[in-house]
Design a protein around this ligand. Structure first.
Ligand code: 0WD
Length: 256
């Protein structure tokens, strides 16, 4: 029997089969969780429906986190299928491309800053708030994805690093707020993985090579590595862990 048997999980952020969210969904399914999915727009819908069907799910809901109406509607609709659920996976981030190439100040505008923080950090708190009534009192677990640029100044990551710092702080405040009702909130800080989002970061290939040569484990991480840690963190094996950022990065973050 899998260690997520009897758990229900809502997975956001699938854009392709290479998405980190796809690796997470796969691992959670393997461990026995029942899944539901969201998709960003009509273009991505068929892909997410296909992924859902392959993992035995027919709950596929629209969710663009820039829309308050869609956030409300998503959890209303989920509540019609499930009287409650246990796991919420937030694998969503976005910054305008000109903000994540070149130097920090090159792409700095009030608008780029606002968009990066809105989609990449505020959205976690917003969906946690909307999910709260369905998740309370059942050892629930909320999980988001961060990156080392939250705590180190990394070339090109720019405003996304600032948004990830906000995301990690949001994890701590949500953990404090939701802990008394049994809901845990954590982040995985993943090493670089070639996904659609990552392709938008300039010099990403160079970064991957540099990572592989220097990380203590001398290898890049996979969506399976992240998926397995995500499944553990959202299971009752991790009931003592909340407000934390767990690094799944071949040890890269310990380097001086
Ligand atoms: O190296 C990497 N790939 C790392 C990614 C290292 C460490 C962390 N992460 C994070 C990302 O910052 C993100 O938070 O992992 C999370 C998932 O990213 P991913 O799997 O690398 O990227 P991708 O497969 O592109 O999925 C992210 C998805 C979007 O994809 P596109 O390519 O269409 O932007 O986030 C979704 C969308 O599906 N997304 C939204 N969902 C709802 N509402 C929105 C939105 N407004 N914007 C983007």
């Amino acid at each position: 029997m899998g260690f997520l048997q009897g758990k229900r999980a809502l997975i956001t952020g699938i854009a392709s089969e290479r998405s980190i969210a796809s690796g997470i969904a796969e691992a959670m399914h393997r461990e026995g969780a029942e899944l539901a999915f969201t998709y960003l727009n009509d273009k991505l819908r068929p892909r997410v429906e296909k992924a859902a069907a392959a993992l035995g799910s027919d709950i596929v809901l629209p969710l663009d986190v820039s829309s308050d109406e869609q956030i409300t509607a998503c959890f209303d609709q989920l509540g019609q299928r499930w009287d409650g659920f246990d796991i919420l996976v937030h694998a969503i981030a976005y910054a305008p491309r000109e903000a994540i190439e070149g130097e920090f100040l090159d792409g700095l505008t009030r608008e780029n800053w606002a968009i990066a923080h809105d989609i990449s950090a505020y959205s976690l708190a917003a969906i946690a708030k909307a999910a709260r009534p369905l998740m309370a009192g059942r050892n629930g677990s909320i999980l988001t994805l961060s990156y080392l640029g939250a705590v180190r100044a990394l070339q090109n990551y720019n405003v996304m690093g600032v948004a990830k710092a906000s995301l990690e702080a949001t994890v701590r405040y949500l953990a404090l707020n939701l802990g008394p009702e049994g809901t845990r909130v954590n982040a995985i800080s993943a090493g670089p993985i070639k996904t659609l989002s990552a392709a938008g970061i300039s010099n990403f290939r160079k970064m991957l090579g540099q990572f592989e040569q220097n990380a203590p484990l001398r290898r890049t991480v996979t969506i399976e590595d992240v998926g397995n840690t995500a499944a553990f963190l959202c299971s009752d094996l991790a009931l003592g862990i909340t407000g934390d950022v767990v690094y799944v990065d071949s040890g890269y973050n310990i380097l001086g």
